[in-house]
Ligand binder design. Structure first.
Ligand code: SAM
Ligand code: SF4
Length: 379
């Protein structure tokens, strides 16, 4: 289990590791006091140029993908994600834009190439467009994506695309307006359709639609209706097994629908699915209804985990490096950053944390993530 390294631990770690680490040897930069709107904090600016050295975990997995939760807050309250009376973190506990960009540069210097912005709802972040611009222009970052409920995409899709966003995954669990309202507790599905249209028009492709399947909410006709969308549209509809977290774990464990069950429901309507081209590092296993334009993906995190190809780590909105979605292991990056750690020290913290990324979840033995709900991690 990784622990947070203090600054002198980081130095010892570098000295003892025997690795040839390409450190930034420029004279120490002066720490900058920044007014961020999140309070007065001291952070060292990230260098504009840095050596890139690929990080791996202890199983040899290449860690190249960072998912960043921009906020734990959301404009919906999906039943499988958070309680209705959720209390969100105060702003000063969350990463500022400068801190996010600093940590993106740290990740990029360690071989992170892909960034996905998530939350909470990332599009409600007040400066999301500028953040995307900053992330997309960070040396080494090749792909910037976002997972969103799409409610604000009608206005934001084009500015986000212009700023450098490449793709969006959009959450839509049913095509039935009443059920959508019930699952999200107050959402209107027409806002999602407008968002999808805006994303397509802005070229944020390929469009992927995420559906968490919840028993007695959307586990029968809804699954079939979503699959039917792919007959004529070049979209990937992805069914996600519901995972248990924190306070809502009882609900989630009672109402989980397995990958096998979802697939059986789809095949009962459309016949056997054909396998589509599989990207080893993608958690979604893709299939196609024979003759369909788009594809169906199954994300079976609970019943058939896909740890072998997992090169992801997550950054929570309060600046913790989360090593596995389904385990509580985290490394605090924000505190040392605010205490004045240098770029190289942050680099060692991230590298050391990622090295300890765990393998496999413990759901079968009742061992799941207790410390956060999904909106606080970022899916
Ligand atoms: N608000 C955005 C959205 O809904 O797309 C991004 C954040 S949301 C936490 C990211 C993804 O996690 C969404 O696709 C959502 O459906 C999924 N999700 C939320 N709670 C989940 C759970 N308990 N199990 C599995 N997926 C979940
Ligand atoms: Fe909000 Fe996304 Fe969670 Fe739904 S799944 S409550 S949209 S963060």
């Amino acid at each position: 289990m990784p622990t947070n390294l203090r600054r002198f631990d980081v130095e010892n770690n570098i000295a003892n590791s025997g690795d040839s680490i390409a450190l930034d040897t420029r004279p120490a930069v002066k720490h900058r006091s920044q007014r961020t709107g999140y309070g007065q904090v001291q952070i060292a600016p990230a260098p504009e140029h840095f050596p890139i050295e690929q990080m791996h975990d202890s199983y040899g997995r290449r860690i190249h993908y960072l998912r960043i939760s921009l906020t734990d807050a959301c404009n919906l309250r999906c039943v499988y994600c958070m309680p209705e009376n959720m209390t969100f973190r105060p702003r000063h506990e969350l990463m500022s834009d400068e801190e996010i960009l600093h940590l993106v540069a740290v990740g990029a210097s360690l071989g992170v190439e892909k960034i996905r912005l998530t939350g909470g709802e990332p599009s409600i972040h007040p400066s999301v467009v500028e953040l995307v611009r900053g992330i997309a222009s960070t040396p080494g970052i090749k792909d910037v994506a976002m997972t969103t409920n799409a409610l604000l995409l009608d206005k934001l899709a084009q500015p986000l695309a212009d700023a450098g966003l490449h793709r969006v995954n959009i959450s839509i669990d049913t095509l039935d307006p009443d059920k959508f309202h019930r699952i999200t507790r107050w959402g209107h599905i027409e806002d999602v359709w407008k968002g999808i249209a805006a994303a397509e028009a802005a070229g944020l492709r390929p469009i992927k639609l995420n559906a968490v399947v919840t028993r007695n909410f959307n586990d029968s006709q809804d699954v079939v209706d979503l699959a039917r969308l792919t007959l004529e549209r070049d979209w990937e509809v992805r069914y996600i097994e519901m995972m248990p977290f924190g306070e809502v774990s009882d609900f989630q464990q009672t109402n989980v629908v397995s990958y096998r069950e979802i697939r059986d429901t789809v095949e009962a309507e459309f016949g056997p699915l054909e396998e589509a081209t599989y990207d080893f590092v993608d958690p979604s296993r893709p299939f196609r209804i024979p003759g369909a334009v788009g594809t169906l993906g199954f994300i079976s995190s609970v019943t058939e985990p896909f740890c072998q190809g997992c090169g992801r780590v997550r950054l929570t909105a309060d600046g913790k490096l989360r090593l596995c979605l389904l385990r509580d292991d985290e490394v605090d990056l924000l505190t040392p950053l605010r205490q004045g750690a240098t770029f190289d020290e942050m680099r060692e913290l991230m590298r050391e944390g990622a090295f300890h990324k765990p393998w496999g979840h413990g759901l079968a033995t009742g061992d799941f993530a207790h410390n956060r709900s999904m909106n606080q991690i970022g899916g």
